[in-house]
Design a protein around this ligand. Structure first.
Ligand SMILES: N[C@@H](CCC(=O)N[C@@H](CS)C(=O)NCC(=O)O)C(=O)O
Length: 210
């Protein structure tokens, strides 16, 4: 398998964090990583577009030669094919709650947060739009409130005692937020404590550039 990826970008980073979590759990993972230089526009060149017509990253090339082009689908596939301890629980209710949490984090926070970064200070050089950035910053706040309440009920990870895909997703996008030198976390002590503790762990610390 080959993972086409790029450092810092949040969707590639959520897969990187997912793999680091599985490795830390003792899983053996044989994946070649290939950096596609988005700063030089390599993701929009024919070589990458034949892998993924959307010209985005990450992309996983399967042993069959086919490609998976959505980060969450890549994670689902890796959950299925890499043996050993997994991030998503087997028991149906726990599985549904973990998947639900990940979807809420993505739909209520990280989707808008990604666009916030681009309108605030885009690493890809997209034009800034302070009004759109402010609007998105406001839209994200209820999602952060939800996570704050959620962590106050349990923790230390978003879904309880063990790291899950929701942690990988949120941590990846908070790093992306830091690229803008702005901080949208507000007065939310549980969320801030989770953010610091998640990034400080040995097997992920070196993966965070910001
Ligand atoms: N829904 C996709 C989104 C992928 C995506 O937008 N990736 C970004 C990096 S985080 C990208 O490649 N952006 C470059 C572009 O859209 O030109 C996923 O979850 O993988």
């Amino acid at each position: 398998m080959k993972l086409y990826t790029v450092p810092l970008a949040p969707n590639p980073m959520r897969v990187t964090l997912y793999l680091a979590e599985r490795e830390a759990m003792g899983c053996e993972i044989a994946i070649d990583r290939v950096i596609v230089n988005t700063l030089k526009g390599a993701h929009k060149q024919p070589e990458h577009l034949q892998r993924n017509p959307w010209g985005t990253l990450p992309v996983l090339e399967l042993p069959s030669g086919r490609y998976i082009t959505e980060s969450l689908s890549i994670i689902d596939y890796l959950e299925a094919v890499i043996s050993g301890p997994r991030l998503v629980p087997d028991e149906p209710e726990a599985m549904a709650l973990a998947r639900n949490l990940e979807r809420v984090v993505e739909m209520r926070i990280t989707y808008d947060l990604g666009w916030y970064v681009h309108f605030q200070k885009s690493p890809l050089g997209l034009p800034a739009n302070p009004d759109r950035a402010a609007e998105l910053a406001g839209r994200i706040q209820p999602g952060f409130d939800f996570v704050e309440r959620h962590l106050a009920q349990g923790g230390p990870y978003l879904g309880g005692p063990n790291p899950g895909v929701a942690d990988c997703t949120l941590a990846a996008f908070l790093q992306f937020m830091r690229y803008t030198d702005t901080d949208l976390l507000g007065d939310r002590p549980a969320l801030r404590a989770w953010d610091s503790a998640y990034r400080a762990r040995d097997h992920v610390r070196s993966l965070f550039l910001l």
